[in-house]
Design a protein around this ligand. Structure first.
Ligand code: SAM
Length: 278
């Protein structure tokens, strides 16, 4: 399983090149794309096609090659095979038949975007492509939006604006979004904004809607923790100046926090203050 560049052809490891140069066959998602990569490095390869539609059949043919003692390098058009790309079926069948599968690591658009997103290095969820149909996409976002992880998506250029709009509706307009476009290519762009501003930013210049996209949305954990800290700080400040009921009412109004939680915390703080005084 050989990772190949996601744009800049220089982003390929010596080990990947060695493997492509010495494999008995190269199974490629699109043989024309891989032929260009091989030509760039003056390599020749015995190419065979393995795309999404023929993966089962291609997997059988690869296993036959392996059974004859041949080595097969599997590549996709860009990035790491089997990540939103063909490859998993081939791996499954090859392993089931007892052959060794060797991953040769390299570029991956999601990880490349994450490395430059400036989002805290907590857990992240790679969601791949969202459904193309708006109803299904919104449902998927609604479900993902409750999870405490940074969310990483791939998106096609003709859907990126509507996807940003749906994200803002389903995940909330205040969450941070990083739009990573054309990574490692000439027009690479990494833009950070809040979801509520993302669609307008994309619309402002049609160039911003072109190319390949990774979208990274801040997870809910960071946001709700921030909200909790905010209302507690506001409440503490108000309690020092105002009667309890008034402080609770204002803290809820200012932060949007739930009254029950704020009231319970206010009682705790008031009791603690009384205990300190007595
Ligand atoms: N296997 C690949 C990987 O490891 O990243 C992903 C293949 S998937 C079919 C292609 C999608 O990955 C694109 O539609 C885009 O969302 C994302 N992608 C690939 N190359 C990219 C790049 N240079 N910049 C931004 N996103 C990219």
């Amino acid at each position: 399983m050989v990772a190949t560049p996601i744009g800049n052809l220089e982003d390929i490891s010596p080990r990947a090149l060695h493997s492509l140069a010495h494999a008995d066959a190269i199974a490629a998602e699109d043989t024309r794309v891989t032929a260009r990569l091989l030509a760039h490095y003056r390599l020749q390869g015995n190419l065979m096609a393995v795309h999404g539609h023929n993966e089962q059949r291609a997997a059988d043919s690869i296993v036959e090659h392996l059974a004859r003692g041949k080595t097969v390098a599997l590549v996709t058009d860009a990035g790491t095979p089997a990540i939103s790309d063909p490859g998993a079926t081939v791996v499954k069948k090859a392993r089931a038949a007892g052959f060794r599968v060797v991953p040769i690591p390299g570029p991956n658009a999601a990880v490349t975007a994450l490395s430059a997103a400036g989002i805290a290095d907590g857990p992240f969820l790679f969601a791949g492509f969202l459904p193309a149909k708006p109803g299904l996409r919104r449902k998927a976002l609604e479900r993902l939006g409750t999870l405490p992880y940074t969310l990483v998506f791939y998106e096609a250029p003709h859907r990126v604006v509507e996807c940003a709009e749906d994200m803002s509706t389903e995940l909330g307009p205040e969450r941070v979004l990083v739009i990573a476009r054309e990574l490692t290519k000439v027009f690479e762009q990494i833009h950070r904004c809040v979801l509520g501003e993302a669609a307008a930013w994309l619309r402002e210049d049609t160039h911003r809607q072109r190319g390949e996209f990774v979208l990274i949305a801040e997870g809910i954990a960071a946001r709700s923790e921030g909200t909790k800290l905010d209302w507690e700080r506001v409440l503490t400040t108000l309690l020092a100046e105002l009667p309890l009921a008034h402080a609770v009412k204002l803290a809820c109004k200012l932060t949007g926090a739930k009254k029950n939680a704020v009231y319970a915390r206010a009682l705790q703080l008031a009791r603690a203050a009384t205990a300190r005084r007595s």
